[in-house]
Design a protein around this ligand. Structure first.
Ligand code: PLP
Length: 444
């Protein structure tokens, strides 16, 4: 007989039962405190237990919790769409609500294909992505994810989409080095488009900062403007998957703002609701919406729970909270502080090959040899071991592994809620210091 009927991520493992959360802390039923150094899966951006979000949920629930999007709209969903359109670049003003990041990227895929169909172009059905990327777990989203570990069981079911090299300078897939390379990884996109034929490619999808598959990989400064120019040249839509990076996480509302590049479609999730409710969105440009409006008039997607009023009310309250508390500014400041301290740890431990990130999306890459940057063999389970040492000591960090060809590489994300203070970062660094020290001793 099973002890629990709930299917857990790793069967047989024990998972503590959380009783409550407050700010950056979670508490289990035994009374143990955890610092949420990863905001769960880079989601709890405003921290745990914020009363006004619970009140927003309750206030909406008192009136109506659910309306079906094909029959009604609601004030909450209308106001949330308006708020997101306010944050988005001028060219992107239409919002489609879904329930998870995977649905947001998959909706982006479908809208991109539909955009060309509305113009009588039926060959543009492929979405280009990059190795070392993650855009979601549903089959469409996984088809455009360069995440080897998550793809391998389902490869035969996935679409045969082309994949470009990632702008991953620390372990350059082209074995080149920046700046001498001239950002060749961006030029590779053009080579792939020419080889396959632009008439087949609807869109190119990117995570502005690569998260779950690589550990906060930031491309060279010139990269995205080169990508934008190639997309324009070949009539390919650019999709920015801001599911992890959006809503202030990197110090700007949208991470793409760091490079001043405007995509055609933005996918949002995670931080948009900060985990208070399942909610995600796809924001679409006027160019695309005008084309659909003067054609079939129907965006061919949607879910029963799309634009749920209760979820919309919670998200709206989250966005007001982010604004009122200047959390994106805090993310920029605290991100610099955190990265400086991570760099101090890098001087201390040769295990840390690279420290990187933007704002409070920070990553560490762990390597066997700092000179050659050789990764550990997978069997060493370095990331898992570090995670469990940190967990024991009451610190949660996020594994970013399995995205690289051959599954190699060990990276973690350190991404506390955007409310984090310097004192709390000092505590995170103390535990990381002890944990990496302990792992280093195990490896001697
Ligand atoms: N896109 C990115 C960049 C992500 O990091 C994730 C999840 O980690 C997803 C999409 C999928 O989101 P979800 O797990 O909410 O389906």
């Amino acid at each position: 007989m099973r002890k629990s009927h709930l299917i857990k991520p790793v069967l047989g493992n024990d998972y503590p039962v959380i009783s409550h959360g407050k700010g950056i802390y979670l508490y289990d039923k035994e009374g143990k405190q955890y610092i949420d150094g990863s905001s769960g899966a880079i989601t709890a951006n405003i921290g745990h237990g914020v009363q006004e979000i619970a009140e927003a949920l309750w206030n909406q629930a008192k009136h109506v919790s659910f309306v079906y999007r094909s029959q009604f709209t609601s004030d909450a969903a209308e106001m949330l769409a308006e708020k997101l359109a306010e944050y988005a670049p001028d060219e992107l003003k239409s919002v489609f609500f879904v329930n998870s990041g995977s649905e947001a990227t998959e909706t982006a895929l479908k809208i991109a294909i539909q955009y060309f169909q509305e113009q009588g172009v039926f060959t543009k059905t492929k979405v280009l992505s990059r190795w070392t990327s993650y855009h979601g777990i549903t089959l469409g989203a996984l088809s455009m994810s360069g995440h080897q570990l998550r793809r391998q069981r389902f490869n035969s079911l996935l679409e045969d989409f082309p994949v470009a090299p990632a702008p991953y300078c620390y372990q350059c897939p082209l074995k080149d080095s920046y700046p001498g390379c001239g950002v060749r990884c961006a030029d590779e996109l053009e080579n792939i488009v020419q080889a396959i034929g632009a008439e087949q490619i609807a869109a190119f999808i990117v995570e502005p900062v690569i998260g779950a598959s690589g550990g906060a990989i930031v491309p060279p400064d010139e990269y995205y403007s080169k990508i934008r120019a190639i997309c324009d040249k070949y009539d390919i839509l650019m999709i920015a998957d801001e599911v992890m990076t959006g809503m202030g996480r990197t110090g700007k509302m949208f991470a793409m703002e760091h490079w001043g590049v405007i995509p055609d479609i933005i996918a949002l999730g995670k931080g948009m609701s900060a985990g208070y409710t399942p909610m995600a969105a796809t924001i679409v440009s006027d160019k695309i919406m005008n084309t659909i409006e003067s054609g079939s008039k129907v965006v061919m997607s949607g879910h029963t729970f799309s634009a749920n009023p209760q979820s919309a009310a919670a998200c709206l309250a989250v966005l007001h909270y982010i604004e009122r508390n200047n959390l994106q500014e805090n993310a920029a400041l605290m991100g610099d502080y955190l990265q400086n301290h991570l760099q101090r740890l890098q001087w201390k431990y040769s295990l840390i090959g690279d420290v990187r990130g933007k704002g409070l999306l920070c990553g560490l890459e762990l390597i066997k040899d700092p000179m050659t940057r050789e990764p550990f063999e997978l069997s060493n389970k370095i990331t898992d071991r570090l995670l469990s040492i940190c967990f024991e000591k009451g610190l949660l960090v996020y594994p970013a592994v399995g995205g690289v060809t051959g599954f190699s590489g060990d990276s973690i994300l350190i991404s506390p809620p955007l409310t984090v203070t310097k004192e709390q970062i000092n505590d995170i660094i103390d535990i990381l210091d002890q944990s990496i020290g302990e792992l280093t001793n195990q490896l001697i």
